[in-house]
Design a protein around this ligand. Structure first.
Ligand SMILES: [Zn+2]
Ligand SMILES: [Zn+2]
Length: 295
């Protein structure tokens, strides 16, 4: 999934900005933006001047290219609806000079394509960076967290982009726990735990969290591939899955043999353990023993 964001100019109450499509979290776009601003300020531009430059464009990527379309070479708005036939083919020359395989956003009505504080409710932006030339900093908003102002990037101290992204105590971390805790084996029982689960800040009790299943006194490790019994029936999969209301997981037995086991009753709202099956959850930092949920 792409992480959408905006780079804006103004203050915490009033701002206007341009869109960015990919990697807009602080360790991605935040760090790139910071480096870009530092570079341009070293060249003698003020934060206000850089902000004014950015607002001449419709999109952060287009601003970085100076408004020159990387597919046709024209001075225009951000390219979109790019056909697969020209994607990734831009070594040195323009792959689609007549713009037959892509379209552009217009630079005529920037009001329509730029974002303001009023657009947040209907947008899928996740991060907003506001260049504030009065306080000489960049405000960072986490839109997912009710548009919370999570901190400022300042130019006199090197920012900790990781802390800004995940929170001082990992309160907004969406990474797997192994990203932050080297003691975890990515391919081991704890490999699927989120950071907040590992720390006891979020529950560990869903089918997704189980690393193994037990039935009739035997334990089977989960491989990670699963399928709904109903889907298997409709698609006429050759694998035996007799119960159309069950969720089947591929598991590995002690002899290394792989097969599909009914592990959950697949309800509309949630999955619960299948009768006679126990879900096994890995130890966490907060609770260093395995936990179970019985069917
Ligand atoms: Zn173009
Ligand atoms: Zn994190």
């Amino acid at each position: 999934m792409s992480t959408r964001g905006a780079i804006a100019v103004g203050n915490l109450r009033h701002w206007r900005g341009v869109y960015n499509h990919f990697d807009s979290y602080p360790t991605g776009l935040g760090a790139t933006l910071y480096e870009h601003l530092m570079q341009r300020m070293l060249e003698g531009k003020t934060l206000a001047e850089i902000g004014a430059d950015i607002l001449c464009f419709d999109d952060w990527r287009n601003y970085l290219h100076g408004g020159i379309c990387e597919y046709c070479g024209k001075m225009t708005g951000q390219a979109h609806s790019i056909s697969g036939s020209i994607l990734g083919k831009r070594r040195g020359k323009y792959p689609d000079p007549k713009a037959k395989h892509h379209s552009h956003q217009s630079l005529e009505n920037l009001d329509e394509v730029q974002f303001t504080q009023n657009d947040l409710a209907d947008s899928d932006l996740e991060w907003v960076y506001i260049l504030n030339s009065t306080s000489e900093c960049i405000h960072v908003l986490s839109v997912r967290e009710r548009r919370k102002h999570v901190g400022d990037l300042r130019f006199d101290v090197t920012p900790d982009f990781g802390k800004m992204e995940c929170g001082e105590k990992f309160e907004r971390c969406h990474h797997y726990a192994w990203n932050h805790f080297p003691e975890i084996d990515q391919n081991g029982p704890q490999g699927r735990l989120g950071t907040r689960q590992y720390l006891g800040l979020a529950p560990v009790n869903s089918r997704e969290d189980a690393f193994a299943f037990e039935t009739k006194g035997r334990r089977y490790l989960r491989t990670g591939s699963g399928v709904h019994g109903d889907y298997a029936r409709r698609c006429r999969l050759a694998i035996p899955m007799p119960d159309p209301a069950a969720w089947y997981e591929e598991v590995v037995g002690q002899n290394g043999q792989r097969f599909y086991l009914a592990v959950a009753r697949a309800g509309r709202r949630e999955h619960t353990p299948y009768p006679g099956v126990t879900w096994i959850f890995p130890p966490t930092k907060a609770n260093p023993v395995e936990t179970m949920r019985h069917g």
